[in-house]
Ligand binder design. Structure first.
Ligand SMILES: Cc1ncc(COP(=O)(O)O)c(C=O)c1O
Length: 426
């Protein structure tokens, strides 16, 4: 006999509370209104209570939606043959993935690939490579950038919330403001010893904030003059999420490495990649055991990656259609609610709605799920709610998402207005 859904939910949330985190259990329970995610297909997720919700969130992983047939077929084929690698024999899947991702990125000189499972793996690897290849230790990053939460990656992430508990032991990274002038950049590069400059061309977690082309080119120039490598972290904004295959390519930045992740595994498998130049990759080319991990380059992930990269290229026109409809719809939404929506930022399939207050953004986020639309919060900028429409969303799905947003903003704003005097007095 199958357990009733409510019992299954209660059991799952109890185990989450007991073995993971009570706060996480509370949050996920509230988001799902005490039901679980159980199935997904395309842009839709089905919950254990039978409801279907649109997924414009998943922190950007579902670029191709859920269970894209091409990715599922590739992973199933690999699963039926040989899911894991002996790691002492070559297989055909990982090198094929490497060739595919190099051609997808399509930037002169970026011919070497290291495949990991999370974006953080890619950041760790590239910073380690930059330090090993240059013999230097410092990294320059930009305020508002997010690069992951392991020691090395966290050092490059600028959010005080995540850095503070470990600030004393993080490797040396200097953060420059996104509005840095020449004097601020001079100060950051002064003293030399710079191994890498890492940039996130559109800062996703930082509130969907594009960095200015002027700053990016200036950092490129100064990195070159300082003999440092330039790394474009496109784990969130690359892979056609913002339109082009890479933003570094679109901007002509000539990076020494591009990092990809999230949707790279097709929304089916975990996968990330460092796509690097010969010079940056030299330490690994010379000693391939310098940086290894048991599951790095996992055949199931590599198989998913081959299919995903091809599917992303095939769906490029779909992505443009979704982008145009979202852009127009969000502009209308902002016009309708100018006092509640302070700004709409983004491009392509990555959008940030900045609300008039953190409280309103929190209320909208909490209400959207129950209303039928999943989105992602910005942990570093709680006043911003992020939307990641998948490339494969239909016009009807986009219109439904926009309608849900409209109704939810209206409802949340009305409640916030009613509550405001009460809060002011208390
Ligand atoms: C730009 C960027 N870099 C790195 C990361 C870390 O990736 P992951 O969470 O897959 O380790 C993220 C995750 O959101 C990201 O957005």
């Amino acid at each position: 006999m199958t357990e009733p859904a409510t019992t299954a939910t209660a059991t799952a949330l109890k185990a989450l509370r007991r073995h993971l985190s009570p706060r996480l259990a509370l949050l996920l329970g509230m988001n799902g209104q005490d039901s679980l995610e159980v199935r997904a297909s395309g842009a839709e997720v089905t919950l254990s209570d039978g409801r279907s919700v649109l997924d414009f969130g998943s922190y950007g992983v579902a670029l191709l939606g859920h269970r894209h047939p091409r990715v599922v077929a590739a992973v199933t084929e690999q699963l039926g043959r040989m899911p894991s690698s002996t790691r002492v024999l070559a297989n055909e899947t990982l090198p094929r993935f490497a060739s595919e991702v190099v051609s997808f990125v399509g930037l002169a000189g970026l011919t070497r690939v290291w495949a990991g499972l999370n974006g953080t793996d890619a950041v760790e690897t590239v910073l380690k490579l930059a330090r090993a290849a240059s013999g230097r230790s410092r990294v320059i990053a930009v305020e508002g950038g997010f690069h992951g939460k392991s020691h090395g990656a966290l050092a490059a992430t600028s959010s005080p919330r995540f850095r503070e508990p470990l600030a004393a032991v993080l490797p040396p990274v200097t953060h420059v403001p996104a509005t840095a002038d020449a004097a601020a950049l001079d100060a950051a590069f002064a003293g030399g010893d710079v191994a890498a400059v890492i940039v996130e061309p559109v800062q996703g977690e930082g509130g969907v904030r594009p960095l200015g082309a002027g700053l990016l080119h200036e950092l490129r120039r100064r990195a070159r003059d300082a003999g440092a490598f330039l790394v474009s972290d496109e784990i969130q904004c690359g892979l056609r999420r913002c339109g082009p295959p890479t933003l570094a390519g679109e901007l002509g930045l000539e990076p020494d490495a591009v990092l990809l992740g999230k949707g790279l595994g097709g929304g089916v498998m975990p996968l990330s990649a460092v796509v690097a130049s010969e010079e940056l990759y030299a330490p690994l080319r010379d000693d391939p055991f310098l940086h290894t991990a048991t599951f790095a380059g996992h055949p199931l992930s590599a198989a998913a990656g081959i299919a995903a990269v091809r599917a992303v290229a095939e769906h490029a026109a779909d992505g443009e259609r979704v982008a145009r409809r979202m852009e127009a719809g969000l502009a209308t939404l902002r016009e309708r609610w100018p006092e509640h929506i302070a700004a709409v930022r983004g491009r392509g399939l990555l959008w940030g709605l900045e609300f008039a207050s953190t409280a309103l953004a929190g209320k909208v986020f909490a209400d959207l799920g129950p209303a039928g639309l999943l989105v992602s919060p910005c942990l570093g900028r709680p006043e911003v709610v992020r939307l990641f429409p998948p490339m494969i969303a239909t016009d009807r799905e986009i219109d439904r998402a926009l309608e849900i947003l409209d109704t939810t903003v209206r409802g949340a704003a009305a409640q916030a207005t009613v509550q405001a005097p009460f809060r002011a007095e208390s």
